[in-house]
Design a protein around this ligand. Sequence first.
Ligand SMILES: [Zn+2]
Length: 457
Amino acid sequence: MQRIEAITLPDLYHRPPEEVIAHQNRLLGPQVELCSRAHPYYSKLLVALGIAPSGIRTVDDLEKLPVTTKTDFITDPEAFRLRADDLPQEERTVWDIMCTTGTTTGTPTPVYATTFDYSSHLFNARRYADLIDFRSGDVVAVIFPFTPFPTAAVHRVTAEATACGASSIVVMPGRPSEYLSVHRSLDETIALIESHRATVVVGHASFVRRVWIRAAELGADLSAVRTCTISGEASSPALRADISRRMREMGSPEGRIVNRYGATEMATNMVECVEGSGWHDLTADQVYLEVVDPDTGKRLPDGEVGLLTFTHLTRRGSVFLRYAIGDLTSLTYEPCPHCGRTTGRIMGSPVRTKNILKIKGTLVNLTGLQDALERVPDLDEFQIVVRKDPDDELGMDQLLIRAATKVDEHRVIDAVTDATLKIAHMRPYIEFATSDELFDPLTTMKANRILDKRPQQ
Ligand SMILES: [Zn+2]
């Protein structure tokens, strides 16, 4: 194993792309060698494909491997864990386990991190501290929900605060357990942020927004909060602008929103330097990113939209090669016009492939509709439901928008209908419900905005 100084690339964010690729090539060979002898899934795959480990020396050679899907992983998560007893202790000792949820079953799937992987995360946090806006002396309030399984959201953010010299409060909101009441309510969450004078709040966008709406109703003082960092679910510019406006109305000096993108399996994340800059790849010396054709797995040129995949270059716990996160996006290596960083950026909002649905025979991007609905004034919460005609299970597909508002329903009906006609080219059915019926932040980890309720074929 090379020492950490040899693994990381100094001044990574400002190196010419060819130097970064040369460094990635130096790391990939040893990583594939390690997988060939100590990774149950990839050792078998290489044998099945008749590829010697020495056949994958450069990132271009990765195209010889098929894309690994989430289904491959959740079918046998233990097969993705490196088991090399001859590695130094920090590279083989499990530091923590986080879970990602499966696509269909919802079963939590474990992702292992060794001490070395955890150290890598601390190292990264210091390197991109200015982008996530964590400063020494900050009080970071982590308001991701306390779930029945450990999530990266809580663990990785507290690690970042630690790395940056900030203190952190882990609030653990959620519905109290039947047996052990340790979860905090929405109002208790607000009280903790207020009493600690938290300077940074980190959580899911939909819950962060709910905190500010409720705080205004309570007359709470969250003026010390400089920055809200949102991650874990897609959010639109309209939603982020809404949170920023509410922060400033409560006296936040900047009302800054940091928008992050990542996946538990990848174990690193990407951050926008300013709204709309695209998400910066901040760990190109640990993870190699590709955008590939969803049908053939062939790499696509910069700027073309395809499946985002990643390959670990230095990971020691759960390790993935060419793993598809399940999002469609594009990559660019043009220097960022805002900050000058030269490592890759993913551009535009990544679209979950599961949110592109065939409705009445036509593919509709429901993420686009979600973005449009988030811009409808006074629409407090909503849900997009694709269903069959309730009176005729074999009948036509229908698009139902479930909506919550505190103002005139007719105005909301007009705006929702206009947005749906424009984006999805069909007239929606509209039903009203309360905000909590559509998204109860204490029972649901993330707002479930898009539901396909048609019988599965
Ligand atoms: Zn930038």
